[in-house]
Design a protein around this ligand. Structure first.
Ligand SMILES: Nc1nc2c(ncn2[C@@H]2O[C@H](COP(=O)(O)OP(=O)(O)OP(=O)(O)O)[C@@H](O)[C@H]2O)c(=O)[nH]1
Ligand SMILES: Nc1nc2c(ncn2[C@@H]2O[C@H](COP(=O)(O)OP(=O)(O)OP(=O)(O)O)[C@@H](O)[C@H]2O)c(=O)[nH]1
Ligand SMILES: [Mg+2]
Ligand SMILES: [Mg+2]
Lengths: 293, 278
């Protein structure tokens, strides 16, 4: 992996005495290539390598007896730093019913994640979640969430045809308020960040139900476009966090670094499979070495 | 002394940014640079317009090398299997493809081979009704291969022109699920010689370098005859298909440009290459 490559690059140098900026540049080039291969965004990589270079030119590497090891340590630390070393627990501190709204591109895993979240909150957090199917466009989307709700024994709002998503969410909140549901999870339709009409729809839903948490659901295998997508969704909705799905594949997951770097918003969960128990709380270590390669 | 012809770093930086940001990937981008430095005269390597034009031609050459033909039913029933990882647009693409083929006067049947995911068969049934095709569903939880088997039998007895089989999304890293696909292909081939006549891999244009691994693994398992690249109506460029054409010789046959029935187009390499440089 990259650690071996970097050690080799910087070990060769030891024989000739002190490290030079040229040696560091060579090592940085390895890091850059690895991150680009991991799908980290081109500009995010440039910024990241820049900040690593600043540290690498300091004494901790230049005067170290094992510069290769020191360099790898810095890169790893900087990566953890950007990904978010703070706790990224889901913030549910709000008067019930606490609304959680899931948004994102088509097919990213919102409906499945909504159900996973409901299961997680019910089974491990002793909550009583209410699932709301607010996707009126995709064929059988409402059925899909109802089936999943049935599988985990969670109540689901009976979305009717002919009602717009904002009204659906508003009515569902009313029902939740009157019943014992302390969490409401809104599953929205997948949409393009450049579809103004549908982005406005999201804003309308938000203004109607003021969800306490708006989570962007993003696919771990997303490429360079992760920056465009997350920036747009964040600008429109001021997201509270991100769920990175399909982490059970072998995508390096560089999109995680891109998204965190450009939005500053924390990654909260990983989706790690198709089953409804496949949801893990985010931990930067879990993805840092994977991205670095 | 002959000095090595090289594009000046500063000039290349902009091109590298464009290509990488279009998801061509580091390897393909470096390869393209090397080819240009070999083919172009030293003088040309200093001119940005010449470089851009040469890049487009080079990419086009790679894509033409993996040229595909649009789907034509050359036997009856003509069987198409559709596969790919989760959420890329298989089921929607089948609706669109069925619509297109029906407009070309084919008698189409779609089979709901995803017996696993919640409401997957209902989803395909809605598309089938909208298009007006025959529809065959499996029971939930049933072996997908037996659904494919029934579908081929039904297509033969009902004199169907084209049968399209939907499959559940699956990550290429899951061996048992890839085995399930191989088994479906074997079962279909045993029931009808030469079937499936087309095996399409659906790729999402927003996917990064992992698309290459997806293509490799699905190709090893099923011998992919063509790719459908979906969600090109977004801002992603889908540049990974260049590496896939180069390394695996698999052509893109169609592109998905939206969520309605008419949002499927035959792949046009020239238009695709032009769009990379907007
Ligand atoms: N392997 C794997 N598959 C996942 C994961 N999360 C979701 N999926 C699958 O991805 C596919 C798409 O999931 P959906 O929940 O339908 O995605 P969506 O965002 O609601 O899709 P739209 O509503 O059409 O935008 C389904 O096949 C899911 O089973 C995950 O973490 N791992
Ligand atoms: N914008 C856009 N959305 C698309 C396109 N193709 C499919 N979609 C959307 O992507 C989402 C997933 O599509 P599906 O057809 O369910 O994908 P799938 O591969 O069958 O998903 P699984 O069966 O769960 O693996 C849906 O919301 C579709 O409407 C496209 O070309 N453009
Ligand atoms: Mg959904
Ligand atoms: Mg499907």
């Amino acid at each position: 992996g990259i650690s071996e490559k970097l050690n080799t690059t910087l070990k060769r140098v030891r024989g000739y005495g002190k490290l030079s900026e040229k040696n560091i540049d060579e090592a940085l080039r390895e890091v850059r290539l690895s991150l680009l291969e991991a799908d980290v965004n081109f500009k995010v990589v440039r910024d990241f390598v820049g900040s690593v270079k600043n540290r690498a030119l300091g004494t901790e590497v230049m005067e170290s007896l094992s510069p290769g090891q020191q360099f790898v340590k810095i890169v790893h630390e900087e990566l953890i730093n950007v990904l978010g070393s703070e706790s990224s627990e889901l913030d549910l501190k709000s008067a019930p019913p606490v609304g959680i709204m899931l948004i994102g591109l088509q097919g990213s895993g919102k409906t499945t994640t909504a159900s996973k979240l409901a299961k997680y909150l019910k089974d491990t957090q002793k909550r009583n979640p209410y699932l709301v199917p607010a996707d009126i466009y995709r064929p059988a989307a409402i059925d899909q969430l109802k089936v999943l709700a049935g599988q985990i024994g969670v109540d689901v709002y009976d979305t009717q045809p002919g009602v717009m998503p904002a009204q659906i969410c508003k009515d569902a909140m009313e029902i939740a308020r009157k019943s014992a549901h302390d969490i409401v999870i809104f599953d929205t339709a997948g949409r393009l960040h450049i579809d103004n009409e549908l982005m406005d729809e999201l804003k309308t839903i938000k203004s109607e139900v003021s969800p306490h948490q708006v989570l962007l659901v993003a696919d771990a295998m997303t490429g360079q476009d992760a920056v465009n997508v997350s920036t747009s969704f964040n600008e429109a909705m001021d997201i509270d966090g991100v769920v990175l799905t399909k982490m059970d594949g072998d995508a390096r997951g560089g999109a995680a670094l891109s998204i965190k770097a450009v939005t500053g918003k924390p990654i909260k969960f990983f989706g790690t499979g198709e089953k409804l128990e496949a949801l893990e709380v985010f931990h930067p270590d879990r993805i840092a070495s994977r991205i670095l390669g | 002394m002959l000095s090595k012809k090289e594009i000046d770093e500063g000039t290349w930086d902009d091109f590298e940014e464009t290509l990488i940001m279009s998801d061509l990937g580091v390897t393909t981008t470096m390869k393209l640079r090397e080819r240009l430095e070999t083919k172009l005269a030293k003088k040309s390597l200093e001119d940005e317009e010449t470089i851009e034009q040469a890049l487009k031609e080079e990419i086009l050459e790679i894509l033409k090398g993996a040229q595909g033909t649009p789907i034509k039913a050359v036997s009856q029933p003509f069987v198409i299997m559709v596969a790919g990882v989760n959420g890329v647009g298989k089921t929607t693409t089948i609706g669109k493809l069925a619509h297109k083929l029906k407009q070309e006067d084919n008698n189409v049947m779609v089979a709901a081979g995803d017996t696993f995911r919640a409401a997957a068969m209902e989803q395909l049934e809605v598309w089938s009704k909208r298009v007006g095709t025959e529809f065959l569903r499996g029971e939930s939880g049933r072996d997908p291969s037996s659904v494919a088997f029934d579908a081929v039998k039904a297509a033969i007895s009902k004199k169907i022109g084209i049968l399209i089989i939907d499959t559940a999304g699956r990550l290429h890293t899951k061996d048992n699920l890839m085995e399930e696909l191989k088994k479906m292909k074997r079962v279909v081939g045993r029931e009808l010689e030469g079937a499936p006549h087309e095996t399409l891999l659906v790729l999402d244009a927003t996917t990064g370098q992992n698309a290459i691994q997806q293509a490799k693994m699905f190709n090893e398992a099923l011998d992919i005859t063509g790719i459908v690249l979906t969600k090109l109506d977004g801002t992603a460029k889908g540049g990974v298909i260049i590496a896939i054409a180069d390394e695996l010789n698999i052509p893109v046959k169609y592109i998905g440009i939206g969520e309605s029935l008419s949002d499927l187009r035959e792949f046009n390499a020239e238009e695709f290459v032009e769009a990379l440089f907007y």
